[in-house]
Structures are given as C-alpha cells and as structure tokens.
Design a binder for this molecule. Sequence first.
Ligand SMILES: C[S@@+](CC[C@H](N)C(=O)[O-])C[C@H]1O[C@@H](n2cnc3c(N)ncnc32)[C@H](O)[C@@H]1O
Length: 463
Amino acid sequence: MANNKKYPASFIESILCPNCGSNAQQGFQFEQLQCAVCGTSHFSFGDVPCLFPAGSHHKLIWQHQTASLQHIALQGLATLHESLSRYDLTDATRQRLAEIQTASQINLDTIISLMQKRDIEAIPDEQLSQMNPGDLSEYFDLLLRDWAWDSPTNPNPENNAALERVLTEIEKLPTKPTRILVLGAGAGRLSWDLHVRLQPTYTVALDSNPLVLAAADELVHQREPITIGEFKNFPQIGLEHAHCWSLQPPEDENNARATWFPLGANVWQLPFERHSFDLIITPWFIDVNGGDVRDLIAVIHEKLMPGGHWLNSGPLLFTRHLPVQLKYSAPEVKEFVSLAGFNLISESITRTDYLRSPLEARFRQEQVWTFSAVKLEPHQSKPAIAGALTDWLVMHHLAIPQNNYSSKDSHPLIDAILLLVDGKRSVNDICFEIAPHLPQDVPVKDVVVTLFGQILTDQSANS
Ligand SMILES: C[S@@+](CC[C@H](N)C(=O)[O-])C[C@H]1O[C@@H](n2cnc3c(N)ncnc32)[C@H](O)[C@@H]1O
C-alpha cells in the first residue's frame, strides 16, 4: 500500500501504548506497532495504524462486524433475486428491483474489498455475536456525504458549511494550530479540508470504525477511487431509485497527505501523552461516543496543552441508550467546560441540512452548536457553579483536595476509599483502583460519588 506519511518526531514522542500507557522512551515502538513493556502487538489496517488496548485481537471485532454485514447483505440480495424471478412483475418493477440489486451488490463488493485489502476477512465470532459489537455500516452515509454527493463537478454545500463553521471559530483563536486531533473524524472530509487549509505540522483523524477509516485512507492516501451504490427503499417521485457513485481521491498537489494521519483508536483509551495537541476538534461527536460528556471533556482537557483550544461543532442528539441524566443541555455542558478549567471563547448556533442526498426528496435539518474554548493555565481560578457542592464531585477527573474526610458510617470499603485521597487522585482514579475489588454489578462511580456527596453535605451542615 502507498505510504508516503512523514510522522514527525513530536508525533512519535506523543504516542502511547493504549494498553499499558508506556511511551516511546519506556518501550512503546510506534514504527513496529509493538509495546516492549506489556508485550501488546498492535496492527496496521492497511496503512492506518490501529492502537486499541487489545492490540491485534481487536481485529476479531472487525472481522466479526464484516461477517455480520456480509451475512445481512447476502440475505438481502437473495430476497431481491427471489423477487426478480417472480412471474407477476412488470418491466418497471423489475427494473427498480434490478437497480437496487446492482447497488447492493456493489456495496457488498466494495466493503469486502476495502476490508480484505487491509487484511480483515469476514469471520464470525460466536462470543461477539452475544455482545453486539456495533454495525460496520453505521456511518456508511458519511462516505456518500463526504466524497460522493459533493465533487468539483457536482458541489453540495453541506461539507463546505461544516468547514466554514469550524474555520470561523479557528480564525478567532489567538494562535495558529500546529498539532490537531480530530475525534470521531468519520470518513475524513472535514479533517482533510481543514488540514489542507490550515497546514498544521500534522492532523490526526481518529476514529474507531474501520469502514470510515478504510474509505478515508483509500481516497486520501492510496489515491484510489471507491465505487458505492446508493439506493432508496422508499421510491421518491421523479428521483432515481439507485445510483452508482464513483468517489474520487481529493486533489493534493502539495502532498498535504504526508502529514494527515488517520488513526484507529477509541476515544476512551486515547493513545496519546497529556498535552499532545494545541487544537482538538469534536465534529458531530460529543453526543455519539458512548460515554458521559463530562468524561469526554476530561479526556480533551488532558490531551490539550495549557492554552490549547477545544472546538466543538454538532448537535446534542445523544444516542438512545444513554440515560436521560447524561443527555445534557448546552448550558449544562458549558458549566462542565468551566468546571474542567476551560474558558469559553465564542459560540454560535446554526441550522443546517444533514445528509441531504440528491436521491432524496426528504431531508433532516439539525441544530448545530459550534463553540471554542481555551484550556486555562493551571493557576487560573474557575467559577463556582450553582448547585455544585464542589468542582471535583461533578467533574470526576479533578483531583480531590486533602481535607480529613470522615464518614458517619463505618465500613471497610469506606475506609479504603478515604485512604486513597492524597490530594492528587480524582473520583475516576479512586474508582479505577477499587473497581477490581468489588463485584462486577456494583456501580462503582455511584458508590464513590454518593460517599463524598454525603460527607461534603454533612461537613457543610456542621460548619
Ligand atoms: C456522527 S459521526 C461524525 C463523523 C464526522 N466527525 C462528521 O462530522 O461527519 C461520529 C463518528 O465518531 C466515531 N466514534 C464514535 N464513538 C467513538 C469512540 N468511542 N472512539 C472513536 N471514534 C468514535 C464514529 O465511528 C463516527 O465515525
């Protein structure tokens, strides 16, 4: 595979083994994708380094996802084949079904070939089928929106609007970003366009979904077109039932791709040293990463250098399975941003068409919240937030100050938790340390937060 990437020393020095947290000096060898400290072998997905805690075993998940997709696609194709062999069809029906069949077959072939080219075969895994590891094609439409519906000959304003929203914020920043991390970069268009415009030292386009990573790599780095079929199950009057798109590699006369790095990783186990970036961007991401926005803010805060910037752009359409208390409103998120040690610089709210296909009469409109925030220097004070007992109880990554905490209740677990308070550990750190000693079904964070909440409430009642 074509590989003309130039990983600068600053990038290699910032990379960690996501399993044990070792850096290059300690024995993590990025070029070999091998950790000499914990022995984890990581893997390259074609040309895309993949750094997950399970190392190469993570491939089992992608193989299983590929097999599931293949299974479902083949079932769909068999149904279409059966329908096409009926005697009660007119030519018009036959043609519609045949168009859908062609588009489905193209997609299956393209996806299997993108994965095979990167050493991922369709292999089901019994254990994973009980666990639902997610759908490989969940973000398939992003391939179309990023690279098919929009081309120099057939422009579509959606990508450009996303770029302009982000550039408008970046222009307000006091410094030009040099090391950019895009979390949940999807099929890569926005991070690529930004990289070309801003010419930073490097941009990392990070995602955990192999299909979007493969597509971004195939187009930008391998310079290979991708063929994709789009079809609609609900006929749209006057519009095609199906279309075969040819996604073309973006122009890159100046070889910007040498410093645009797609990376397979999970945001919850980010393989980077603290303070590694001066700009972190979360486009359409804070609501769909599977976790608590407060924890995401902690991750972003840790990986940004002091004075670095966080730029968010997207809606608050939290995934269905997230409990309602974690579906925060914009004012709540802004409180967390302040408590974590950021200063909001600017924000805007716009409405925009979302995934508006040329084959669809219907389309979604989204409310997009774009904001930028600067990470304060450690000595700068944070505001008090109404209703918060203290900042470290809301933002679980902040250090718990030493303060002779004692509880009315006596229990060995309470003693063990209080003993861990050393002025440096946070609620998250304490949870991490005690979790292995508790039964798996105990909600560790609830236990720790409730304990400190009661202690603080009693302290303030007594003072
Ligand atoms: C709604 S899409 C947005 C993609 C892109 N930023 C855009 O604006 O088109 C969310 C992306 O985040 C990725 N993602 C979700 N959870 C993730 C996680 N825990 N770690 C890394 N990527 C994740 C998904 O694979 C998907 O590509």
